[in-house]
Every structure is written in C-alpha cells, then in structure tokens.
Design a protein around this ligand. Structure first.
Ligand SMILES: *Cc1c(COP(=O)(O)O)cnc(C)c1O
Length: 382
C-alpha cells in the first residue's frame, strides 16, 4: 500500500500551496553579514529546517558560498547533513544526552559541553573510541538555558585542560536581550563572558574561538562579534525584532504562495467558515485558498491577516480551517488559479514575517519555523 501511495504522490505536480526560497538572496544576505562583521568568521544557523527554508538545500548552498561553520540545534540535524555529504564543520548548539556522544564522534560533529560532567563523559567516550572530540564550551552569562554559570565557569575551563581526548576548539555564550532597545543586559552578559575568558590570558594559554553574537548581537553590538558570529534569522532576511537596529541590509528569501481554488459571491446573512464569526452587510466576492493551520498558517490569523492577489491586499475572513481559508475580495477581481501571496512580495505589495507575527501575536521566528513540512519548497537562483 505504501509504495502505491508514494508512486501516486510522485506523479503529482507541486501543490498550489508552496514556499519559494531565493538562494541568491540568501547568498547576498550572507555577504552583507560578512562585510558587516569584517574579520569575524560566520556560522550560519540552520536549526528548525533552516527557519522553515529547508535544511539540506540551504546547507548545501551555504557550503557553496564558502561559509565557515554550520550550526544546528540537534544531533539528528547534524547526522542528516553528514548523510547528505556535507563535510563542513557543524556545531550542535543544544544540550546532549550521554548516550548520543558516540554518534557525534562517528559523524565528526562538534559538541557543546555545558558542564564538567558532560565534558568528562565526552572525554571518556572519545578515549574509548580512540578519537578526539571537537568541543565548544558553553558559558551561561545570563540566559539560564544551558551552559555553566559564568561565576563557576573556571571549573569547566580548568577541567578541559586535563581532557586529553577533547580538543576545545571554541567557547561561547548566548544573549537573552540583544534585540532590545536597551542593551544594558546584553552588555553585562558580554562583560561576564570577557571575565571568564581572562582564565586563558592569566595562564598564557591560547584562547579558543570565542563567539556570542546572534543576529541581534551582529546588528546592535559590534563589540560582541569576537572571532565568530552566529546569524540565524538575519541570514533569512528578517530582523529579530521591531526594536532592533537594521544595520545590515538584508532581504527576505522566502515567499509563501498559494492559488485561488474557488470563487463565489457571498450574500449578506450568510456567515463564512466554522463558528460563523464573519458576515457581510452586502454581497461580496469571496475566494477560497487551499492553505490552513495544518500548513502552519496560524488559526490565530482568522479575521486578522491579509493576503495579496493581483497586487492588492485583501483580508482573510472567518476562521482559518485546517486546509483552507477564505478571503474577501469585496468588489475586487480574481480568477481560479490566480496566485495568492501569504508572505512575501508581489507587484509592489509585500507582507512581511513581522507583520504576520504582529497579527498572530507572535514573533517572526515562529511564523517562519511554523510553515509545515507538508508545504513543498521550491528553490530559485541556486
Ligand atoms: C538560534 C540561535 C542562534 C541564532 O539566533 P538568531 O536570533 O536567529 O540569529 C544563535 N546562537 C544560538 C545558540 C542559538 O540557539
């Protein structure tokens, strides 16, 4: 049964609802970031399916662009990239479970060591396998997520000196508030990180590769660029927050499109969609679009968002369903098969991830990462 299903799926054309990713745009964004950070190296962050843009194609393109390092959240993402033949260095940013360590080593993935206990486990596993583990030490300077607290970090750095089967290639921390207008906390975090790093200077030891800046740090805190920067959302052409200064020119690489699947006139007194939350006081033209919350178009956008058809913005009306939603053209014009832009630009109009986030009561990160894997991704300018 499975093979029949797969065969029939393979013969189908691409769904009318799909995402287009402009790889040339990603390359330009990367270049803009590189220019801005000067001599610092760049680790592009590819977690959560490359922020919805597609992990493997984006990773391949980044490698082609000559990026220095790739960053992912989980071991599984790193293994997938290795299986696709990507040999560039990959740092797994997230925490690790002890039993996963052999897999990191087998696939030549760089580990994050957030504690003395995990570091020793990595060292012992590497020794047993006759290998040397490549590790970045993780310092918590004010995020309280993973990493050894800055005030006890010396124990981790000290312990690392005695680990013969570990190569400490890097040391890093992560900002909690670098996207804010008030950079007080971010600057305090950076100060704490520098304090930790004096460990090496005091002992005249070479300092591992230091990194801290996410997109917001890249944009707002040049002094945080250090030896390497870790852009995520900025690479994809989206700014981290409305408060964040836009010091690097980038463009969104992703466009989310669908097509008109149905057209009708809705009469007054005939409410639209589940719960009958919307109706008109005059006859209106309404189209149905084959996309819904099952694709990651938030149900919270019901009666809130807009889409672009033929260069005009129109409101989504009634509840967004799992696989479909309705749009009010009022007296506007559209035909079956016309393109509908959910996110991105068309004919001088544009709907940004920030705008969709605002409508849905969330942040642009979630708008992008929420686009479901059932939405096909198409790649241009590769
Ligand atoms: C996600 C993440 C980043 C990238 O964050 P952006 O705000 O998207 O630039 C950088 N570093 C770490 C540790 C992360 O988890």
């Amino acid at each position: 049964m499975t093979s029949v299903f797969e065969a029939s799926m393979a013969e189908q054309p691409v769904r009318p609802t799909h995402v287009e990713v402009d790889l040339g745009c990603l390359a330009q964004n990367l270049r803009a970031i590189q220019q801005h950070v000067g001599s610092a190296r760049v680790m592009t962050i590819l977690k959560a399916n490359a922020y919805g843009h597609g992990l493997v194609p984006v990773a391949n393109h980044m490698v082609q662009c000559g990026v220095d390092y790739l960053g992912v959240a989980f071991l599984e993402e790193g293994i997938l990239l290795r299986r696709q033949g990507i040999s560039a260095p990959i740092l797994v940013l997230g925490g690790i479970a002890g039993e996963q360590i052999p897999l990191f080593l087998q696939h030549d993935l760089t580990l994050t060591a957030p504690s003395v206990e995990k570091l020793h486990l990595i060292n012992e596993t590497a020794a047993a396998m006759g290998r040397r583990a490549r590790v970045h030490l993780k310092i918590d300077t004010g995020m309280e997520r993973i990493g050894i607290h800055y005030y006890s970090a010396a124990t981790l750095l000290e312990a690392s000196l005695a680990c013969e089967h570990v190569q400490v290639e890097g040391i890093y921390s992560h900002f909690a508030n670098a996207d804010a207008a008030d950079l007080g906390h971010a600057k305090l975090q950076l100060e704490r990180f520098h304090e930790v790093l004096t460990f090496y200077e005091k002992r005249s030891l070479p300092v591992p590769m230091r990194h801290m800046a996410n997109s917001a740090g890249i944009l707002q805190l040049p002094e945080s660029h250090l030896d390497l920067v870790r852009p995520g959302i900025l690479l994809y052409g989206v700014y981290p927050s409305a408060d964040c200064q836009q010091t690097v020119p980038v463009r969104p690489a992703l466009t989310w499109k669908s097509r008109v699947a149905y057209f009708k006139v809705v009469q007054p007194g005939h409410p639209v969609s589940y719960g009958s939350t919307w109706q008109s006081d005059h006859p209106v033209r309404v189209i149905t679009v084959p996309v819904g919350y099952g694709d990651g178009y938030f149900r919270a956008l019901s009666n809130k968002s807009e889409v672009i058809v033929r260069g005009v913005r129109y409101p989504v009306i009634g509840r967004v369903c799992m696989d479909q939603m309705m749009v009010n053209l009022d007296q506007g014009t559209a035909y079956n098969g016309d393109e509908v832009i959910l996110l991105g630009s068309s004919e001088g109009q544009s709907i940004s991830a920030a705008e969709v986030a605002e409508w849905a009561g969330t942040i642009p990160y979630e708008v992008l990462t929420n686009i479901n894997t059932r939405v096909p991704r198409l790649y241009r300018n590769g």
